[in-house]
Design a protein around this ligand. Structure first.
Ligand code: F0G
Length: 439
C-alpha cells in the first residue's frame, strides 16, 4: 500500500502493466504489430499486477486526487484521460499527447424521460471531444504510447471517426498518419477532418472489415503503429469515461448504461473501466451495460441469439449509421464478456427507429450522429420488453457529434425546409404570425 501510493504521487503515470491474452491468458513479452496473442491469436488486454489487490484506502486517495486535478493548470491534469493516470500505463510526461479530451457533459433528457417514465435518463455526450467523437480518449493514450516507442507513423482502418482522431493527434505529435477508409461509406464531415489534419487518406473498395484486413499486411511489413481498437492501449484511454461518469454522478452507479456497438471496442473499454473501479472498491455495484447494433450490421446480436456468445456470426453490414457499418467486429469476445458479467442486453434497431430517435434527441437540443442515436432507439425497445423498468436510472452514451454527418440530417429533414422566399418583411411577418398561432 505504502509502496503504491508513493509511486502514484509522481507527476507521470506510475503503473507497471503487462499485456495479457483475453483468451489463453498468455503474457506477451513483445506484442505483435496487430496486438494479437502470439500463442492463440486472440486480442490482448492491459493488466496492472500491482493494482490487483482491493484496497479501500487507495481508492479513497484516488478519488481525492482526481478531484483536485480539475483545478490544476497542467494539461495532463486537465485531460479527462490523463487525470486518471494511476489506472493507466506509465508514460513519461514528455510523450503525452493531449488536447483536453474527455471532460464531456452529462446531460439530463426531459421529453424522452417523460415519455419513457425514466426520470433519471441522461446522455453522456462524447461527441463533445476535441475531434467530435469518443475516439479521442483512446487515441490520446495509444498515440502517446506510439510516441514513447519512437514510432514515426501511425495508421488505422476506419468508418470515419477514428481516422479524424488519428489524423488530428498525429498532427499534434508530429507523426505521419495513414488512414484506410471504406470508399463511399464515410460521412463527409469525418473525411474532411482527416484531410484537413493532414492524414494520407486511402479510400478502398472494401468495407471496414476489408480495410482492417489490408492494414494487417501493412503493419506486418512496415514499422507503422496500429491505432485501431485492437490496440489494447486504445481501450485504456476509452475506459476513463467510466471514471469521469462516476465522478459526475457523485459515485452513484446507474442501473443501465447503453452504448452503440460497431467493432465493439467501446463497450469492452467501458466494461473494463467499471470492473477496475469495482475491484478497487470505488463502486460497490456494476451498471448493466447493454449494446445496441443497427439491424443491418448486427453480428453481436446474432452471435448472442444463435449460439449464446460462443462463436462470432459475421454479417455483410449495411446501415446508414455508417460509423457502425461493421460485420466482423474485432472485440466481440471482450464484448460478450461485458454482457455476461454485467447482465447487459444486446439489441438491434431498424433504420427508421434510429432516424426517429435521432430526431427526438434533436428536438431536445441534443445533436448526435446516427450511430449514437441507436442507443435511444434501443432503450425504447428495452423499455417495451420490460428489461429496463420504470424509475431505473439510465445513461446513454452518445459517441459522435451531430455535425459529423449533416447529409443524413438534411435527407431526413428535407421536408421541414420551406423553399426560398422573397426578402420582404411582409411575407416574413405573415409566416411568423402563422407560426405563433401554431402553439
Ligand atoms: N459510434 C460512433 C460514432 C463510432 O464512430 C463508432 C465506431 C461506434 C459508435 C462504435 O464503437 O467500434 O468501439 O464498437 N467507429 C469506428 C471508426 C469503427 O472507425 O471510427 P466501437
Amino acid at each position: 500500500m505504502e509502496n503504491i501510493l508513493n509511486k502514484v504521487n509522481t507527476v507521470s503515470p506510475a503503473n507497471t502493466h503487462v499485456l495479457r491474452c483475453v483468451h489463453c491468458h498468455a503474457v506477451q513479452s513483445r506484442p505483435d504489430p496487430m496486438f494479437r496473442c502470439t500463442e492463440c491469436t486472440e486480442l490482448l488486454e492491459v493488466v496492472y499486477p500491482e493494482l490487483n489487490a482491493t484496497n479501500m484506502e487507495f481508492g479513497l486517495e484516488l478519488k481525492k486526487r482526481w478531484k483536485e486535478r480539475r483545478t490544476s493548470i497542467h494539461p495532463e491534469d486537465l485531460s479527462g484521460v490523463w487525470r486518471y493516470r494511476e489506472l493507466l500505463p506509465r508514460i513519461a510526461k514528455e510523450h503525452i499527447v493531449t488536447m483536453g479530451e474527455g471532460n464531456t457533459p452529462l446531460i439530463r433528457l426531459t421529453k424522452s424521460a417523460e415519455a419513457l417514465q425514466l426520470p433519471d435518463l441522461m446522455v453522456k455526450h462524447q461527441g463533445m471531444n476535441p475531434t467530435g467523437s469518443f475516439k479521442d480518449t483512446g487515441i490520446s493514450m495509444a498515440i502517446s504510447m506510439a510516441r514513447s516507442e519512437s514510432f514515426e507513423a501511425v495508421c488505422c482502418a476506419s468508418t470515419g471517426n477514428t481516422s479524424a482522431s488519428v489524423a488530428a493527434y498525429a498532427a499534434r505529435s508530429g507523426m505521419k498518419s495513414i488512414v484506410l477508409l471504406p470508399s463511399g461509406h464515410v460521412a463527409r464531415g469525418k473525411l474532411a477532418q482527416a484531410l484537413e489534419y493532414g492524414a494520407r487518406v486511402l479510400q478502398l473498395q472494401a468495407d471496414f472489415d476489408g480495410c482492417l484486413k489490408i492494414l494487417h499486411e501493412v503493419v506486418r511489413k512496415l514499422p507503422i503503429y496500429l491505432l485501431n481498437s485492437l490496440n489494447p492501449y486504445r481501450l485504456e484511454g476509452q475506459k476513463t469515461v467510466a471514471f469521469e461518469l462516476m465522478e459526475q454522478l457523485g459515485w452513484n452507479v446507474p442501473d443501465h448504461l447503453i452504448v452503440p456497438g460497431g467493432n465493439l471496442g467501446n463497450s469492452s473499454a467501458l466494461g473494463k473501466g467499471f470492473v477496475e473501479l469495482r475491484d478497487l472498491g470505488l463502486i460497490s455495484s456494476m451498471p448493466k451495460i447493454s449494446i445496441i447494433q443497427a439491424a443491418g450490421a448486427n453480428p453481436l446480436v446474432r452471435t448472442m441469439r444463435e449460439n449464446g456468445g460462443r462463436a462470432l456470426v459475421p454479417v455483410h453490414p449495411e446501415t446508414r449509421a455508417t460509423a457502425i457499418r461493421i460485420g466482423n467486429p474485432a472485440s466481440w469476445r471482450k464484448a460478450v464478456q461485458v454482457l455476461e458479467s454485467t447482465g447487459g442486453a444486446c439489441e438491434e434497431v431498424t433504420e427508421n427507429e434510429i432516424a426517429s430517435a435521432k430526431a427526438e434527441l434533436g428536438a431536445e437540443g441534443i445533436g448526435c450522429e446516427p450511430a449514437s442515436a441507436s442507443t435511444l432507439a434501443g432503450l425504447k425497445k428495452l423499455v417495451r420488453s420490460g428489461y429496463v423498468k420504470s424509475g431505473e436510472s439510465v445513461v446513454l452514451v452518445l459517441t459522435g457529434h451531430m455535425l459529423k454527418d449533416v447529409e443524413y440530417i438534411l435527407q431526413q429533414q428535407v421536408r421541414s425546409l420551406p423553399p426560398p422566399m422573397p426578402a420582404d418583411a411582409v411575407s416574413v411577418l405573415r409566416v411568423v404570425e402563422t407560426l405563433q398561432k401554431e402553439n
